[in-house]
Ligand binder design. Structure first.
Ligand code: DAH
Length: 430
């Protein structure tokens, strides 16, 4: 989220899909009810019923679900580090509410005011104060403030995005944090830890934050990279080839992405870095330094288990779930596809109004078509210069995960999408 998107100017306010949300009126005020709480609807609200419906499903903790198997493997890897007294170093949290404040998701993590991820077009907002978290990193600060030094947080995250076999507006992430005091960082590595310091009069450089000594920054970096390379080997096999790519995240410096060579391609596995000291200082951990990482679970599980389409994770069909029944999460599983039903498609063309946001259209497609929609492709953009008008043509590809589709039912959905796009987005159909 934070590394791949280029910084663009904040876009014009989007037309909200407010009427599609799961809302009711309490007195005069419209509210969205979610996980036992009411959130006032305001001009920021852009959640849709099909998104709200997913909240609380927690695929990552459902027994025999591939995401749960992967979550277990990651936990087992971190449980292997013990204190000298034999207690596991990392504690694990996988039940934090995905409803967070904008402050938790952005400000607490030093995300810039004009960062594109704050756009209404990119995230799901309940209102101007609350949102569905866009990353599990949103919880780091409160855990550090509570005094934790080493922890993992896994859970569902929500982002507005394109529609294809590897993107879904809800997916799962694991974040990990490890903090070190001076002796914890240097004690194991050198004979005279007292000669080394965490903090000094240093300037910001590509290798360290201002105020971090070069030896502290390098030792944290080495610990982080060794740990995550070991994690990659534990998940993908001990001979896995890895490489580190410089990255940018507002909450770490320096920052990297880890890639592995897998099935003839480099696969991005996670983002990580040395935690911004400002965050630690503001949480009362000013005598420590630390590292953090975050990884998306679906993309890894798709590779590990050979799952060809991200929608399958939401499939309740026993022909999918039964393949992941396992007493041993480390036992390799290769998913055998059970549906080879052919796709069918419909094209939708319209003149786009000013301020049109593609993600608004994708939300309508998801709301009307649900998991039957496999992909939406923008196949043609036509600029009618004389009238200064632009037309988009989208191909909506439908495929049911477990049965053949009738063309009539697909046509009905297309009709509904067109009607919704006309009334809610103000497009003119062609
Ligand atoms: N939150 C980032 C994302 O969603 C991933 C990430 C990067 C998490 C670096 C971290 C971190 O905790 O230190 O793209």
């Amino acid at each position: 989220m934070f590394s791949r998107r280029t910084l663009v100017a904040v876009l014009a306010p989007v037309k909200h899909l407010r009427c599609l949300s799961k809302q009711s009126a309490v007195g005069e005020q419209k509210v969205t009810s979610l996980l036992g709480k009411d959130y006032k609807v305001d001009s920021w609200t852009n959640t849709t019923p099909s998104i709200l419906e997913k909240v609380g499903t927690n695929l990552h903790t459902q027994k025999d679900h591939p995401l749960c198997l992967l979550n277990e493997r990651i936990k087992t890897f971190f449980y292997k580090s013990f204190t000298k007294r034999g207690n596991p170093i990392f504690s694990v949290y996988d039940n934090e509410s995905p409803v967070v404040t904008l402050k938790q998701n952005f400000d607490n993590l030093l995300v810039e005011e004009n960062h594109p991820s704050r756009n209404q077009a990119d995230s799901y907002y309940l209102n101007s104060e609350y949102m569905l978290r866009a990353h599990t990193t949103a919880h780091q600060r409160e855990f550090i403030r509570a005094g934790l030094n080493s922890f993992l947080i896994s859970g569902d995250v929500y982002r507005r995005d394109t529609i294809d076999k590897s993107h879904y507006p809800v997916f799962h992430q694991v974040d990990g944090v490890k903090l070190f005091s001076k002796t914890e960082l240097f004690g194991d590595h050198v004979s005279k830890p007292d000669l080394l310091e965490l903090f000094g009069d240093t300037e910001l450089s590509p290798h360290n934050q201002a105020g971090h000594t070069v030896e502290a920054a390098l030792t944290v970096q080495t610990h982080l990279k060794n740990t995550l390379e070991d994690l990659a080997s534990a998940l993908f096999g001990k001979d896995i080839k890895t490489r580190w790519v410089d990255a940018y995240f507002p909450f770490t410096h320096p920052s990297w992405e880890l890639e592995i060579w897998y099935q003839d391609d480099w696969l991005e596995v996670l983002g990580c870095g040395v935690m911004q000291q400002q965050i630690l200082n503001e949480c009362g951990a000013d005598s420590k330094v630390g590292w953090a990482f975050g990884m998306g679970m679906e993309r890894l599980a798709m590779k590990l288990y050979n799952i060809p389409d991200i929608r399958l994770f939401w499939n309740k069909d026993p022909r999918f779930l039964d393949q992941f029944k396992s007493d041993d999460p480390d036992k390799p599983i290769t998913f055998q596809p059970f549906s080879t039903h052919p796709p069918c498609h419909n094209d939708i063309s319209f003149w786009v109004p000013t301020g049109f946001q593609e993600n608004d259209f994708y939300d309508i497609v998801r709301s009307c078509g649900g998991n039957i929609v496999e992909q939406v492709e923008l196949i043609d953009v036509y600029n009618y210069t004389k009238l200064q008008k632009t037309s988009h043509c989208y191909r909506v590809i439908y495929r049911h995960p477990s049965r053949a589709l009738q063309s009539e039912e697909v046509d009905e959905i297309t009709k509904l999408i067109k009607a919704e796009a006309e009334t809610r987005l103000n497009v003119t159909l062609r």
